[in-house]
Write a protein that binds this ligand. Structure first.
Ligand code: SF4
Ligand code: SF4
Length: 265
């Protein structure tokens, strides 16, 4: 098992699995980007001691003998992204991709685990483990897909607290820890906020104007305001109930912005 073969197998799942489609009408995700980090990378300890918090569990606390962390980005397809470029409420396509798309993302996590196990390795995905904890009062968790993606060379953080990859920020991240060795990817950026034109050169701010709740300012994103909008204030509540989703989604700060599907030029 190497990076090329794993990427190819993941891409085939993306392109052929009906779970990645909305009733066969359109695909939620395009083929993934893959990044790799050493489980012993000192950055994971920095996440615990300085950046995320003491509740963060580095790879070896999830999987004794861990060697590699595999991180991937599943970009939303063009149909999904363009549907959400309007102002106001999230498009139905965006909502479906957020919730039903995440079911496919869980399937992807399990697929990667099975691929590695078939190659004789141990593997697990923290966010589908029973002891994964996501704390919505402090807006943090004991494993962070975005921080792991940064460590694996997939992209950098942004004003709106997303992660901008070479395929933009509109999409979903996932990761798997394994004791199989893969060569770590480079982190091709000068600083952790390099890919965002505002946090790099203060030359953008498009997401501030796109945000319907006022959560984003030049100082960053107020996660509590965003959370309240998506859970309590958004008049999509009735639509969500009809779809059976637990709360709303939004994503306006990830669409019709220069970082939607690429690193801003
Ligand atoms: S829209 Fe502009 S300011 Fe906002 S995250 Fe993207 S690049 Fe950064
Ligand atoms: S998801 Fe919506 S409410 Fe939250 S920061 Fe982005 S645009 Fe604002």
């Amino acid at each position: 098992m190497d990076k090329e073969l794993l990427t190819q197998n993941m891409s085939e799942l993306v392109l052929n699995d009906p779970v990645n489609t909305h009733n066969g009408e359109y695909r939620y995700f395009d083929p993934p980007l893959l990044g790799l980090a050493s489980a012993a990378d000192p950055l994971f300890l920095e996440f615990k001691t300085e950046i995320v918090g003491s509740h963060f569990r580095p790879p070896l606390e999830w999987l004794p003998g861990a060697v590699t962390v595999i991180s991937y980005f599943l970009p939303f397809g063009e149909h999904v992204r363009t549907s959400n470029r309007t102002p106001g409420l999230a498009s139905p396509e965006w909502l479906h991709s957020r919730f039903r798309g995440e079911e496919f993302n869980d399937k992807m996590r399990r697929f990667i685990i099975a691929e590695l196990q078939n190659a004789g390795a141990n593997a697990l995905a923290p966010v589908i483990e029973a002891d994964f904890i996501s704390d919505f009062t402090r807006f943090t968790s004991n494993w962070s897909e975005r921080h792991v993606a940064y460590a694996a060379g997939l992209g950098t953080f942004s004003l709106n607290r997303g992660l901008i990859t070479p395929k933009g920020m509109a999409g979903r991240f996932g990761s798997v820890i394994t004791d199989h060795y893969f060569a770590p990817s480079a982190r091709p950026y000068a600083h952790p906020f390099k890919n965002c034109k505002f946090t790099d050169t203060r030359n953008c701010g498009a997401c501030i104007k796109r945000c319907p709740s006022g959560a984003i300012t030049e100082d960053g994103k107020d996660k509590a305001v965003c959370y309240d909008y998506q859970r309590n204030q958004n008049p999509l509540a009735d639509l969500n109930r009809e779809f059976g989703y637990p709360y709303s989604s939004c994503g306006k700060c990830q669409t019709k912005v220069p970082c939607e599907y690429q690193i801003p030029l």
